[in-house]
Unconditional design. Structure first.
Length: 403
């Protein structure tokens, strides 16, 4: 087996995923093409050397359907001989695209790939592609299906996290994101989105609410309480699965859950020989990748077992990892990760996360990997781990080492 290296990682700013969001008029293909072009230009890349573009996307319907990866290649300045592959592992799609590309390189199936993802949540609504696990009674009943928000509240109930715990993590995410932007920590990775006339549409993460505090969050109503306690009564479904719980404690709301946004990100991955041939310096080695299936009802606990798996695969201990990016899908996901591994919050999401800046489903995995790499370079850390929870009960993780 060979080695796979990260040569570049870029992302767009994240726009509010609604009609008045700055990126609303940009299609998924065009936003993705902009990321591809940025990778080409920043690296003076001969794109005929790229074996494939692997692109994650969680809602593959309408303008995000029809192998969006190939459409993005054709909409970009890449050579038309570069193919495209669209993949879907829900929220981990962007990271899984990177992992797949890295393992292709390691296995000798090409010297270079561009991997990442996109999600235009303001244009293509989450869930609009349908899901058998949610709508087919023969499957939903057998898996004790509940919506993700209920799953997040089950985690809080099972592992003892309070509303204050969740809100405090959200406030800290907003604080860290503001500090990161004020300190220009994202400058190396951000690709401003421009219109056809070259005018900048967006150059910052516009979802952020830096004035957030415990008092403002305290006034928000729990988002999933009604769907849990009234028809169709998902709490009852959950309690059938977990009868040891007396009730579900509903603590999540819009302020301590990830934001609905638009965005895209890409990573240039290649072999050592690719870098030498094209005069590129590797920034990190992809040491290991992992994925796992988990309980589909509580659903969002995947970062814990997948991290256990990747550590076992590599013979590493949690103490060997210096920095972590754990996607902030909901506060309880990150709280559970830190609880399970006794990891200090000072090593986790040090520049804020999806609660503050938003979670463009298919792109987030590639975004947090790039954020992790940038922070490893900024703070002179050698090893980092990125992980996400995944719908239907899965987890994905990647360990990178600086070179």
């Amino acid at each position: 087996m060979g080695e796979a290296y990260i040569y570049d990682a870029v992302r767009t700013p994240r726009g509010k995923g609604r009609k008045d969001g700055s990126l609303h008029e940009v299609t998924s293909a065009r936003l993705s093409a902009g990321v591809l072009n940025a990778i080409k230009e920043r690296n003076n890349l001969d794109t005929t050397a790229v074996e494939d573009v692997i692109w994650g996307n969680a809602t593959q319907v309408a303008e995000q359907g029809g192998c969006l990866a190939r459409t993005a290649v054709l909409a970009s300045d890449f050579d038309e001989r570069v193919p495209g592959l669209s993949i879907n592992r829900f929220c981990a799609s962007g990271l899984e695209a990177v992992n797949l590309a890295a393992n292709q390189v390691k296995g000798g199936a090409g010297d270079a790939y561009v991997a990442g993802g996109v999600e235009m949540m303001g244009r293509v609504a989450m869930g609009s592609d349908g899901a058998a696990i949610a709508v087919d009674p023969s499957i939903a009943m057998g898996t004790y299906f509940v919506p993700q928000g209920i799953s997040a509240d089950i985690i809080a109930t099972e592992y003892g996290f309070s509303r204050d715990d969740a809100d405090a993590l959200a406030v800290e995410s907003q604080k860290r994101a503001k500090e990161a932007w004020d300190d220009r920590r994202f400058d190396n990775s951000i690709v401003p989105v421009k219109d056809r006339n070259g005018l900048t549409i967006l150059d910052n993460d516009e979802y952020m609410r830096p004035g957030t505090d415990m008092q403002s969050l305290g006034g928000l109503k729990a988002s999933f309480k009604d769907m849990g306690e009234t028809m169709p009564g998902f709490d009852k479904v959950a309690l059938m699965k977990y009868p040891h719980l007396e009730r579900i404690n509903h603590i999540h709301h819009a302020g301590n859950s990830s934001g609905i946004v638009d965005g895209s990100a890409g990573v240039l991955i290649g072999s050592k020989e690719f870098g030498k041939k094209h005069g590129l310096k590797a920034r990190a080695r992809i040491k290991a990748t992992a994925k796992i299936g988990t309980d589909p009802t509580i659903m969002l606990t995947g970062p814990v077992p997948v991290t256990e798996k990747i550590l076992a695969d590599t013979g590493m201990a949690i103490s060997d990892i210096e920095l972590f990016e754990v996607n902030e899908a909901f506060s309880s996901v990150v709280l559970r990760f830190m609880q399970a591994f006794d990891v200090d919050h000072g090593r986790v999401n040090v520049n804020g996360g999806s609660i503050a800046m938003g979670h463009p489903l298919g792109a987030t995995g590639a975004i947090i990997l790039g954020t992790l790499l940038d922070e490893m370079e900024r703070s002179d850390r050698a090893t980092g781990l990125a992980t996400l929870c995944v719908a239907s009960g899965m987890g994905a993780a990647t360990i990178i080492e600086r070179v």
